[in-house]
Design a protein around this ligand. Structure first.
Ligand SMILES: NC(=O)c1ccc[n+]([C@@H]2O[C@H](COP(=O)([O-])OP(=O)(O)OC[C@H]3O[C@@H](n4cnc5c(N)ncnc54)[C@H](O)[C@@H]3O)[C@@H](O)[C@H]2O)c1
Ligand SMILES: [Zn+2]
Ligand SMILES: [Zn+2]
Length: 360
């Protein structure tokens, strides 16, 4: 047997990845290809990824806790390239959806299906560990953190199920307790607000009012099922809501932006007994008007997506496409990811909604 003098060092294999270096500082660079660290890991060759509103927040400095040098991204689809010794549910060659939430499946929170708070996971991808905006990614606790992509599901649509669709559904619609006949308002017509708009329709609300600054997004919201739209940049939102649902306000307000002024809209437009479901990631404190709200018998919820409804959503979306494709406005190759961030950042001018990154 010939012994190789210089065995190939895996750390020498390079890949392209989008790296975060702090506020407004990202770069597409060569990084070492990830390797299996624990037997529960897999290595995935990423085929599709995307940029999330959360990544924009990171770029704008909302999450200074993130280490410089971190590879970003937590939404994607890919093919398993290598499996750790104790992975039992997946094998090399499987096409998988990467959940934005990593879950061990056995800790106190995983047992309650609160995977968002898994003691050895939660939202760590592209945040506490290197993410999917790269050619390859290491996924810990693979058995519980991946989903097989159904054969008849388009990969572009599958990417939308890593995060935004379960987020809109679980943290917006389910926590907001949307019921048949409800009059609801969704503040923010970005991909997450649109996902709340689409999944709210599972529960037959009578009115869905979308609120945003971008007329183009509001127009798409109408196509996706909104009964009314309000441009909060040019209209008085409280007055417009009263004209649509009466003086008391809406049954459910879903906050899908993550800034003080949109929280403020939500607390001003709800009727007694209403739900306010906050979905937006906030980087600043808000003015919570408890002196006005204490009497209103409100339920206010917050949360990080658990992805416990992802298997159901995969089935539903595979059976009918729910207009999800209309949310995809742009495609870029991985080599143009820095430019894609700029396009998504200037979403209004670029008429951009969800951007799919296709790996060559
Ligand atoms: N809780 C969770 O688990 C979770 C998961 C994913 C994303 N998020 C958060 O959800 C939020 C939305 O994500 P996205 O991907 O849709 O982001 P996005 O940035 O694409 O969309 C935000 C939308 O808000 C609109 N907007 C901005 N300022 C506004 C204002 N003053 N009034 C009305 N509309 C305004 C923008 O025009 C845009 O359409 C972000 O904060 C993101 O971090 C939360
Ligand atoms: Zn996301
Ligand atoms: Zn766990």
């Amino acid at each position: 047997m010939r012994i190789r003098k210089n065995p190939l060092n895996l750390r020498d294999i390079k890949m392209k990845a989008l790296v975060y270096y702090g506020d407004h500082n990202i770069a597409l660079e060569d990084r070492p290809k990830p390797t299996i660290i624990k037997p529960t890991d897999v290595i995935i060759k990423v085929s599709k990824t995307t940029i999330c509103g959360t990544d924009l927040g990171i770029y704008k400095g909302k999450n200074p806790e993130i280490e410089s040098g971190r590879i970003l991204g937590h939404e994607g689809v890919g093919i398993i390239e290598e499996v750790g010794d104790s992975v039992s549910q997946f094998k090399k060659g499987d096409k998988v959806l990467i959940s934005c939430i990593t879950s061990c499946g056995s800790c106190e929170y995983c047992k309650k299906q609160m995977y968002a708070h898994c003691k050895d996971g939660g939202w760590i991808l592209g945040y506490m560990i290197d993410g999917v905006q790269a050619e390859y990614v290491r996924i810990p606790h693979a058995d519980n953190s991946l989903h097989r992509v159904p054969e008849n599901l388009d990969d572009d649509i599958a990417v939308l199920l890593s995060d935004i669709l379960p987020t809109g559904h679980e943290i917006g619609v389910q926590y907001g307790n949307v019921k048949p006949g409800d009059e609801i308002a969704i503040v923010g017509a970005g991909p997450v607000g649109m996902s709340a708009l689409l999944t709210a329709q599972f529960y037959s609300p009578s009115k869905i009012i979308m609120i945003d600054l971008d007329d183009n997004r509001l127009k798409l919201a109408k196509e996706l099922g909104a009964t009314h739209t309000i441009n909060s940049g040019t209209e008085n939102v409280e007055k417009a809501i009263k004209e649509i649902v009466g003086d008391d306000g809406v049954d459910v307000a879903i906050e899908a932006v993550g800034i003080p002024s949109t929280w403020d809209i939500c607390q001003k437009i709800v009727k007694p007994g209403a739900h306010i479901a906050n979905v937006g990631v906030h980087g600043k404190k808000v003015d919570f008007e408890i002196q006005k709200l204490w009497i209103k018998n409100l339920t206010i919820t917050t949360g990080l997506v658990n992805t416990n409804t992802t298997p159901m959503l995969l089935k539903t979306v595979s059976a009918n496409n729910m207009d999800l494709k209309k949310m995809i406005t742009h495609h870029f190759p991985l080599s143009e990811l820095e430019h894609a961030y700029q396009v998504f950042l200037n979403g209004a001018e670029e008429k951009a909604m969800k951007i799919i990154i296709d790996n060559e």
